[in-house]
Write a protein of this length. Structure first.
Length: 383
């Protein structure tokens, strides 16, 4: 009976720690840090499916029992699982656009009526049985000489590592004769179209975000690309280009992230750059609970590494090497790669999911570029 009461007491104290909301810090998957109730330091709590829970506190090490710190993390862990399950039930689906109304009279009484054969490909034709008009509906690709498959195929090749000229050579093998400049214009046009549409969709990100910067060459001048990423889903939330690292005000980056996610993070992990501290104080710090915490001490090994951000920086670096530097600060390459990273590129760390899928946004259809472009265009037409 005494043991049972003791265990119940540990669970109650763990619940008290969990309810405070500021005592538990998630460092990485399965790794946590819990503040001592005496205020004298922290305890490490680890979880592995093979070895179960472990805590560095004397109570657990000496008695091999589930201490109050493990109870606190386990309760927090279960709460996160419940929140995640609720988020999965509210998944945003972006489905392929289907033709179901007449472009002239908005009637649904339409039928397929032949195919138009162009040099660049075939386009489906329709006829309306109400107004007797004959039309094609090439949503998002109106007045484009190349067909949607060629354009979206070019974008997929470009954002998976091919240069503009290599994309041009591939298209010629498919019978599409365009210049590498035309390919760049496609990328610029559709990246801007998709960016406006996707920035209106709120991803379901976690409460821990990471920020970092990478040095990139723009027309021979070195500039910094700043990026803000969610720790759990690896969703690339926001970015900006700056001339300098040490005097740059990262406030715009953090503000854009807060506006896109619809909330502020409870933990922001960065390096020791002074601009992050000032921006955090102005954008995320508050007297209201739960308060946001800024972690500025980053090391290469151990709990405080920034490996997830470094992995994403490596993706940007790989793209830069192919291009031998970016051309202009407002290049469509960076936002385009952000779209590719979030919505089209599966990640092994997410068990084959894209960051968008992990954040509750599913892009459906065999050609996801096509689904995004047509939904973006439809969004504009609908106001």
């Amino acid at each position: 009976m005494r043991i049972s009461m003791d265990l119940t007491g540990r669970e109650m104290r763990g619940r008290q720690i969990c309810e405070k909301g500021t005592e538990i810090e998630r460092l990485y998957e399965g790794g946590y840090r819990v503040a001592s109730q005496s205020g004298q330091g922290f305890y490490s709590v680890l979880y592995s499916p093979s070895s179960d829970w472990w805590c560095s506190c004397p109570d657990h090490r000496n008695r091999t029992t589930k201490c109050k710190h493990i109870w606190a993390v386990e309760l927090s862990f279960n709460l996160r699982k419940e929140v995640k399950a609720e988020a999965e039930a509210r998944i945003t689906k972006i489905e392929p656009v289907t033709v179901n109304i007449c472009r002239y009279c908005n009637s649904e009484n339409i039928v397929r009526d032949g195919i138009r054969h162009n040099q660049s490909g075939d386009i489906q034709l329709y006829s309306c049985l109400d107004c007797n008009r004959y039309f094609s509906l090439n949503l998002g690709f109106e007045k484009m000489k190349a067909n949607p498959q060629a354009i979206t195929g070019a974008m997929q090749l470009y954002f998976t590592g091919e240069s503009l000229r290599n994309v041009q050579k591939f298209l010629r093998l498919q019978g599409v004769n365009v210049s590498h400049v035309a390919v760049y214009k496609w990328i610029r046009k559709y990246v801007r179209l998709m960016e406006k549409y996707l920035d209106r969709i709120t991803p379901k990100v976690s409460d821990t975000w990471r920020a970092d910067e990478i040095l990139v060459k723009f027309r021979g001048n070195m500039k910094y690309v700043f990026a803000l990423m969610d720790d759990e889903t690896r969703f690339w939330i926001a970015h900006e280009v700056a001339d300098s690292k040490y005097i740059h005000d990262a406030r715009t980056l953090l503000r854009n992230g807060k506006e896109l996610a619809g909330k502020r993070p409870l933990t922001l992990i960065t390096d020791g750059m002074g601009g992050y501290a000032e921006a955090f104080r102005k954008e995320y710090w508050t007297l209201k609970a739960p308060k946001s915490k800024h972690i500025r001490h980053i090391v290469f090994d151990g709990d405080r590494n920034n490996n997830k951000m470094e992995r994403m920086n490596g993706e940007i670096r790989d793209r830069e090497k192919i291009m031998r530097g970016l051309k202009i600060p407002d290049t469509p390459t960076v936002p385009g790669y952000r779209i590719c990273h979030n919505y089209l590129r599966p990640h092994e760390g997410l068990k084959g999911k894209t960051p968008a899928e992990a954040a509750g946004i599913n892009i459906e259809g065999a050609n996801k570029w096509l689904t995004l472009i047509q939904n973006a265009k439809l969004n504009i037409l609908n106001g």
